[in-house]
Design a protein around this ligand. Sequence first.
Ligand code: F6R
Length: 606
Amino acid sequence: MCGIVGYIGGQTAVDILVDGLTQLEYRGYDSAGIAVLGPSGAKRVRSVGRVRDLEAALPKRLAGKTGIGHTRWATHGAPSEENAHPHTDSAERIFVVHNGIIDNARDLRLELEADGVELTSDTDTEAVSHLIARTGAETLEDAVRQTLHRLSGTYALAVIDTEHPDRIVVARNGSPLILGVGDKEMFVASDISAVVRHTSQVVHLDDGECATVTASGFRMFSADDNRAVAKSATTVDISPDELELGNHSHFMLKEIAEQPSSLERMLSGRLDERFATARLDGLNLDAQAMRRFKRVKILGCGSAYYMGQLGASLIEELARIPADAEPASEFRYRNPIVEPDTLYVAVSQSGETADTAFAVQEVKRKGGTIVGLVNVVGSTIAREVSGGIYLHAGPEVSVASTKANTHMAVGFALLALALGRVRDLSITDGTRIVKGLKALPAQIEQIISAPDEVEKAAKLLAEAPSLFFIGRVRGYPTAREGAQKFKEISYRHAEAYQASELKHGPLALISPELPTVAIVPDDELLDRNVGALHEISARGGDIVAITNPGVELPEAKVTLTVPKNEPELDPILLMIPTQLLAYYAALSLGLNIDRPRNLAKSVTVE
Ligand code: F6R
């Protein structure tokens, strides 16, 4: 979803804005724009396409030390220059960038038009800029606050005013927004990736909060009643290098390759070998509290939801607590029954997914206990939950999530272990899982350092317009995530099925034109899975099997093997080749791997 940046200080704003937008491009990339307040007034430049297209459209010299910028993912109105942000009022005095959706925009636009305002875009945001300009308030802060009272919906807003060039006024309700505190300069951004090059000191705005940002600092106040809000900056622990591509061809490949080291970091200090359990102090749940739960319900969206399914299976196996996962986007709309003895778990890489954040609020509103598995420290969901497990995957730039998914799966294994060990999981089984977790980084390294067979298989799959991913019980979430990754970046129709369900319908589709990727762990269901492979090969379907060493699968055209771990943890390793399959398929198709069409990294609108 859209990305916002703002700068005020002693440097040339345009350079910082463009650099910030480039970092935020993963949030949306159909158009981009900036507005800068300079010695000769305001200058706005917008362009359809990527940030580099905006850069090409910029004049050679663009003076000005205050400015705002935006990279857009279209919601209201098609990608076009007119619809790109910043938006302005008729007198071109107020400039606004916005992330979120104004639900009553249609009414506001009609009202403005009835009043003679000529709207120049199809967006909800343009209405906001006209409303701010028309309040007649003496200060920009009052004008923004008065306008906010007229809006329903979600927003992160940054506003500049040619009559008050010494400030940026920002507001947040439901969409992420942070301030970066520098030395005689301040930054505004949707997330820290846009500011880490300049400062490690950040302030997170909460819903209902506004701020006046000047070169010398910031002052926060509530949108409701203008009450002063005291907040201080926290230090973020991300080095700018983590956001660089280095010598990798794509962020996706870089992030796949980072998994062994990022997992080492995640596990460090969290495995307790003496008691064969996981140390998860951040959960804020003691043993008694952990024993109280009779069910676990996991909420997330997209790949995070599939990792929730994998987590539910781990929790049922290791802790023997009934567990399931549900898309947060469904949960929030169905007036869910929230039970006091259920542990709710929100899972999210960004910590900003609007559907998941809303589901968290719904659980809290109904008195439920909700913890989080979140990657981005200080993000909305991380701050809303009562405790959690930070995933420590480091920044993930590629839109298609890989390492954060693996960290989610491992996070659930830690949670399952901790829940199991305060119940009936024996010390022997606990030790087995601890050892298995410790082995994961080296085993993943082994998989990713031998990509040749995967590349070959990926080319074969890329030729098919449609394919199946199948798995059974433990292997099914892996198959779902494999299909998700494949379709996201190769634009091939990839569908996941339980291997057990093939004969109940989908087998009708099997033919030489429709290959299958089969997740075949060497476990107690191996014979059953082999049976499904027979059924496919008997109908002429090509098979790419992902399995463990020693498993002979003559039905498969290509067999990819991953090292064997413990049966409960094998699905994590079996997932790694599916990441590589998706990557190499998209590569062979010549597609834009890190920026797939129609998708954005952080889905902060509903
Ligand atoms: C898939 C993908 C999406 C996200 C989903 C949730 O590669 O990235 O399906 O998993 O949008 O995002 P987070 O985890 O940030 O809540």
